[in-house]
Structure formats: C-alpha cells, structure tokens
Design a protein around this ligand. Structure first.
Ligand code: PGD
Length: 773
C-alpha cells in the first residue's frame, strides 16, 4: 500500500492519523510513512485515489430549490439537484444572506457550532476559521460545547476529579506502564484503531510496542466488553465478554468485594476522598435493599461472579491501572461508568502512583499516555463571541426542532435559540449525529444552510450553498499537537482540484464583502500567517535554550523536534504527594465519591454518587440484539470514506457488520450476505461477517459509511424512518442525552434486529455527486 522509500521529490505532510512523505505524479499520490513511526496507520492509504475522486466538490454550487424560492424552511433531500455558480456570484449571494440574518435577527440566529474534526493543519483548521469569521464578520454565533467523543466525561470529571485533561491526557504514560504496571483493567479496551488518531497530528504510534513490552515483562491486560479485539494481540489480553452497557454493575461489584473483604484502602479514602460513606451504604444495599455483590453483577453483565471477585482482589495485589474508554460514556447514563471507575480506583488507593490508579480514556486517542510538549504549539485566535446562547453539541436536532424550549444542562436551565441560518465547515453531522431521520427533519427548519467541504458528504447534499474547500494535501500548513514531539511544515503536495479554495480564502472574501476583510485577514497572506503562528513556539524554544530555527529554516527543514515536559504524573501525582499544597480543582479539593454539587442539581438520571441504572432501552422481541456502533478501523470517522483503504475493506461497496456465528446461524446469515439491520428508527444494509470476536447477541457496525438513502435520495420517511443502503448505523441510534447533567451523545449502543436481505440490494451511490454537479 505504501512506498518503502519516499520519491525524491516528496514533501512532508501530516494528518490526524500520521506523518508522511507524499509525492503527486499528476494523477495520484504516493505515500511513505514517517520513518520514525514504529507502527504507521493503514488509513494513510485513504489518500490514494482521493484527490481527484468524483466525490470531490469542484465548483461552488447552490441547491436549485433554494435558488428558485429563496431562503426559508423547506424540505431538503439528499437527492436534490444543484446549480453551478461562479465564485463572485455565490459570495455576493451568501454575504447578502448572512447580512440579512445578522441584521434582521441578530447573530443569535446563526448556528456556527460546526462540530467536526476537519484536518490536522493548525492554520487551515476549518473550525478555527469558521469561528473566527463568524466572530469578526457576523458579530458572533450560537456555539456548541463539549464533544461527541467525551460528552458525558467532559462534564462529570471536573466535578469529581477536577480536570478532564489531568485525568485523561496528563496522567499515566505508556513508559510508566512498561515499567511499573502489573494489571491493566480496561473497560471498553484500548483499541489501536482509536489511539492511531490524534488531532493535529501524530508522528509515532507507540501503543502496540508499549503493550508488547509491558506484557513481556509480565503485565496482565484484561479487556472488558462485548468485543475481543478491543485490545491488540500485542497485549496478549484476557477477554471478559460483557453485555453492552453493564460495566457499572461490574465496577460496583468489584467495589463491593473490596468493601466486604475489607481490602479497600481506608487511609487513602480518608485522606484523599470525600463521600465514601454514602457510597459504601449503597454498595451494601442499605439504601435500596440490594447489595451490589458479584452475584448481583454477574446476572446483569454475564461476567462470572468468581471472575469479578478475583479481579477485585488482583486490583489490590499489585500495581493496577483502571482504564475506561470513551465508548462507555457515549450511552444513556454515560456519566456513571466514568464516576464508578473513579470510586473503585479510590478504594484501590493507587491514584497518582506511577503506572497505577485511574486513567480515564487511556488509549482512546493518540493524545493519551504520552508526555506533553514543553512549548506552546501554533493556534489560530478565534476572536471573541459575544453571543451567550449555546447548546451541548449533541442537542442539535432538539435545538432546530424546538426553538424556545427549555432544557437542563449541568445545573442550569437553558432555552434553545431560534436558528435561521446554519453554517458548517469541517464536520459531517450525517456521520456524527444520532437518529438520522430526525436530524433530516431538523435540517428542514432553518432558512439557509451553508457548508464548506472537500467532498459531497450527505451534509453538503442537504445544504443550500455548498462551497468547495481544498483538501489538506492542496495547501501549506503547520501540523502540531501538544502531545507529539514533531512539529511538521506541511508542504503542499498537489494543486487544488477544480475551483476549490482554502477555507481561509473563502472567509477572507466573504469578510471583505461584510466590511470586515482587514479585521479577518489582519493583512496577512497564508505564509505570513504560518510565520506568525510559528513565532510563539520559536520564542519559547529560544527561552528554553533549545534549537529555535527561524520560520524560513523550519520550513526548509520540514520538521523540528519539540522538547517534552517531564513524565511526572501531572495533577494526580501532585495531589497524592501533597493534597494540602496541591488540592484537586473540585469543590472539596479531593476526589468526590459523593458530589454535593451534583446531588444539589436534583437530577434523577445523575444522582449524587455513582449508581447502577440500566439503559431505558433494552433488547425485546422486536429488537433482540445489541448494536455496537463504534469508531471505524478503516478511516477517521467519515473522512475519505471514498479513499483507497476504506473502499478496499468494504464488501460489494457496503460497510461490514460483524456478528457471532450463533447469532448469524439463528437467522440463516453467512459471511458475505447482504443483511438488513433495523429497529423502530430505521434500517440499513451491510455486508455480514461472522466472527467469534463478537459476543453472541451483539451486532457490530462501525460508523463512517456515508448516509446513502437510495433510491433517488428519498428513503427518509416519517413513518419508516431512515433507510441507508451503505451501512450507516446512525440511522438506528437514539437521539437522547446521556443525562440532564451532560446531555452527551448516546451513539455507541442501541438495540436492533437483523435479517438476510431478500432480493437484489440497491447499489451504493454514496460517493456519486448530486444532479447538476
Ligand atoms: P468527520 O468525518 O471527521 O466526522 O464527527 P465529525 O463530524 O468530526 O467530519 C469531518 C469533515 O470535515 C469531513 O466531511 C471532511 O471531508 C471535512 N474536512 C476535512 N478537512 C477539511 C477542510 O480543510 N475544510 C473543510 N471545510 N472541510 C474539511 C466525529 C464524531 O462522530 C466523533 S468525534 C465521535 S467520537 C462520535 N463517535 C460516534 C460513535 O462512536 N458512534 C456513533 N453512532 N456516532 C458517533 N458520532 C461521533
């Protein structure tokens, strides 16, 4: 798939999934992974065939119905025809529309939340560009807070441990695990398909090597979850198959075992935690008459009671580390596994020790388990947003469908704003959001939708104004992440396709039309911006006495190594060493096993200490199987779904769904069959693969296949829901918040039935441009 030696004319470039050398031969790119990377990601292969793929947007386009009828709520369908426009015409039209909404309804009528990962470069980062533009030229916008990744944990961790970063990214490192850890208990595993990704770039994929070295030294890895391969072969892991969504019961039972056998660390709890007593009463069943013992948890989770007890004892027998993956909290009551694991780890008493304690989300991104960079990395200022209204990011459909309705969030009662114009750059809601039939209805409500993207994603196809953005390989940028030692001069590899322009160029011209050109560009060209953004890093390097080349020298060299901060365990180590001098940034300064603050909110779906609450959606006769809809291994989210590697892993052009041979046999399904996966919200087709790495009773369909409601762009029906012929699981997932505390997304798990598809399956047309393009 890759060239072993870079072409002599290659230049260095970077993506969220790796650093690489690239050469454009006029038709396609040759890719060679960065030589210092011990385990390059296969998804670098998605650049093959992507630059000139038919899915690229080549000209500015306007949806015909919007052009004919003007702005207003309207039925928008993925099969709608578009009309080509000249750049000047479309920018005049769009500037006029932005001014109409801004001046008529105020910036609080513009939704610029625009969630999405876009590309790695720090200047052409679409989120930063759009937010800067809306602040500078439109007087602000309604924003979104938190993420689809860590919707629940991002809100609860500050209440109970004080800092999301301090518990996830600046905590235990892979080096500590190699050296110190005896047991890694990973709820939801630590799949390398996730840790191969780091926003801003990643030059070395160290995780498989570190797990191999630790396992060889004798470290025991245990993965708890419905899929065996959530830990790589290198970890030589034990697999505890567990019914989806029941981890909290197992965590509570481990805590109960420690309590009942008096193995918990009382001294640690006394000194470092608050609220253990009410939690202990709950564990014993004093409050609800139901002790949370291992037998109780075994019946809920399918993990044998003896295994739960043995593992609880093992946690206190040596240096142990508890890990919880993001996936667990992307579900109803997703706050609970994050909190229950923290309470269990506090009882074990190793929080803050090298290689021990609790590292939320270790291995779920390449940002975790690493040392941090000791100097600032380039960041584009987004300006100031005076609009106060915001939504938790996954409440987009609720907002568009219910303007003015109240909702709860983290102790506040807020109101959904009334949105007239939606502006999106660098994200794909028809990939990332749940219940796509509902999202589709919600996108009928705004008067105007604008999208910049490099390709005809389903989001672009429901937009009114679609502007072609360049792809990362078509522009110069700087790649850097606060957790990677390599800062990369990302050199342009290929000319832009068609009339595609950089997001920056598009926003500059729009800002000019809105009399904010100079404020937006500050008079800088792209190269002048890169030099400007590089300067704080260079200055900090010089102050440290490190190699601090001029911008020109950095650009010539193509990369520099940045110094790393010490591997010192961060906030939790400091707290352990001296809790009076270094209290946690929680209300009590300690680990909050009971939170007065959260209890004070009075939420029945997130009470004052961790509790077991089964999901309100359970398998039943109509939908007897669990569906796991997690991150894909063949691309980042939905990005470059049309690229070489992603395509090579589809079967008949469809996404692959895995199911256990027993589950398949009961339905007469064989590997390679087209299957229909369905529930009350919708249905999708996928190609079946039988695998004993998946628990019986579970279907695994990763996200990222572009929503393809064929035939003819219909397939979204108010009664039957959405039907996707390509394999997008978000037609099936639930659009509810994790709880009133965080309102995070619940996309990870739902219930479904599946069957062999009868008849000729409709062809996948997800990557074919719309009529008129
Ligand atoms: P991407 O596919 O990365 O998905 O959701 P997100 O929207 O981030 O979308 C990025 C878009 O940016 C792509 O369309 C790409 O073409 C475009 N793009 C790339 N570079 C540029 C550029 O320079 N300019 C412009 N204008 N566009 C660009 C991800 C989200 O999905 C996340 S983070 C998570 S963790 C969630 N995970 C799940 C899950 O586990 N299960 C379910 N069911 N659903 C999920 N959704 C969430």
């Amino acid at each position: 798939m890759f060239q072993s030696k870079p072409h002599p004319d290659s230049v260095l470039h970077s993506a969220h999934w790796g650093t690489f050398a690239a050469h454009w031969d006029g038709r396609d790119v040759e890719i060679t992974p960065y030589p210092g990377d011990p385990a390059p990601s296969p998804i670098l292969g998605n650049f093959r065939g992507a630059l000139r793929h038919q899915a690229r947007i080549r000209k500015p386009m306007v949806r015909k119905a919007w052009l004919d009828n003007g702005p207003g709520p309207q039925r928008r369908r993925i099969g709608d025809p578009f009309v080509e426009c000249e750049w000047d015409t479309v920018l005049d039209l769009l500037a006029g529309e932005l001014a109409r909404v801004r001046d008529g309804f105020g910036p609080q009528a513009i939704f610029g939340g625009s969630y999405g990962w876009s590309s790695a470069g720090r200047f052409h980062h679409a989120q930063s560009q759009i937010h800067r533009f809306l602040n500078v030229a439109c007087g602000g916008y309604v924003r979104s807070v938190n993420s689809y990744s860590a919707g629940a944990s991002g809100v609860i961790l500050p209440h109970i441990l004080g800092s999301f970063e301090g518990v996830s990214r600046r905590n235990v490192t892979w080096d500590q695990i190699r050296e110190h850890t005896d047991l890694v208990l990973a709820f939801g595993g630590m799949a390398v398909k996730n840790s191969m990704i780091a926003g801003g770039g990643i030059s070395r994929h160290v995780e498989p090597g570190a797990m191999l070295a630790a396992a060889r030294r004798g470290c025991r890895f245990v993965t708890v979850g419905p899929q065996r391969d959530d830990l790589p072969e290198e970890a030589a892991a034990e697999w505890l198959p567990l019914r989806p969504g029941t981890d909290v019961a197992v965590m509570l039972a481990m805590a109960h075992t420690l309590l009942a056998e008096d193995r918990h660390d009382r001294a640690f709890l006394d000194r470092y935690a608050t609220g253990f007593e009410p939690f202990a009463r709950y564990l014993r069943g004093v409050t609800d008459g139901r002790p949370k013992d291992a037998d109780w948890a075994a019946a809920i989770s399918a993990v044998p009671a003896d295994t739960i007890r043995e593992l609880a004892r093992a946690l206190v027998a040596g240096r142990s580390l508890i890990v919880v993956s993001h996936s667990l909290q992307r579900a109803e009551f997703g706050e609970q596994p994050v909190w229950a694991a923290a309470a269990l780890a506090a009882m074990v008493g190793q929080i803050g020790l090298p290689g021990g304690g609790y590292n939320y989300a270790l291995g779920t991104l390449g940002h975790t388990g690493r040392r941090n960079v000791a100097v600032p990395t380039p960041t584009l200022s987004q300006g100031r947003n005076p609009v106060e209204a915001f939504i938790p990011v996954a409440r987009i459909s609720d907002m568009l469908l219910n303007p003015g309705a109240p909702f709860d969030y983290n102790g506040r009662r807020l109101e959904y704003p009334d949105i007239r114009l939606v502006y999106w750059a660098g994200g794909n809601p028809f990939h990332h959001h749940q219940d796509l039939a509902r999202l589709h209805r919600a996108f009928d409500r705004p008067e105007t939708i604008v999208v910049h993207d490099l390709a005809w994603t389903p989001m672009a196809r429901v937009a009114d104004v679609v502007l072609p953005a360049t792809m990362t390989l078509e522009r110069d940028d700087i790649g850097a992440a606060g957790t990677d030692p390599l800062m990369v001069a990302m050199r342009r590899v290929a000319p832009a396709v068609g009339e595609a322009r950089d997001d920056y160029a598009i926003f500059s011209d729009l800002a000019e039309r809105l009399q904010a050109g100079a404020a937006f560009t500050e008079g800088r060209t792209v190269m002048e911006w890169l030099a400007h953004l590089y300067e704080p890093t260079r200055r900090a390097l010089a102050e440290l006495g490190a190699d601090a080349p001029s911008f020109e020298a950095f650009w010539e060299r193509e990369s520099i190594e940045l110094p790393q901060a010490p591997d010192d365990g961060g906030m939790l180590r400091g707290f352990r060493t001296d809790p009076e001098a270094n209290p946690l940034p929680t209300p009590s300064g300690r680990i909050e096993i009971f939170s007065e603050t959260i209890a004070g909110f009075g939420y029945d779906d997130c009470p004052g200490h961790p509790v077991w609450m089964p999901s309100t959606e359970q398998p039943d006769e109509a939908a007897p199987l669990w569906l796991i809809a997690n991150q894909p291994a063949t691309r980042l989210h939905s990005q470059l779904d049309f690229g070489g590697y992603s395509q090579s892993r589809k079967v008949g052009g469809r996404e692959v769904a895995r199911l256990h041979p027993d589950t398949a046999a009961a339905r007469g399904i064989a590997t390679g069959d087209v299957i229909r996966i369905f529930n009350a919200r919708g249905a999708c087709l996928a190609a079946a693969e039988l695998s004993d790495a998946v628990m019986p009773g579970v279907v695994h369909l990763p996200t990222g296949a572009w929503f393809d409601p064929a035939p003819g762009g219909e397939g979204v029906d108010d009664e039957a829901g959405a039907f996707c012929v390509h394999g997008n699981p978000n037609v099936l997932t639930r659009d509810v918040g994790t709880s009133r505390l965080a309102q995070g997304c619940c996309g990870q798990v739902t219930v479904v039935e599946c069957e062999k598809y009868a008849g000729e399956a409709p062809a996948v047309r997800a990557h074919v441009p719309p009529v008129g393009a």
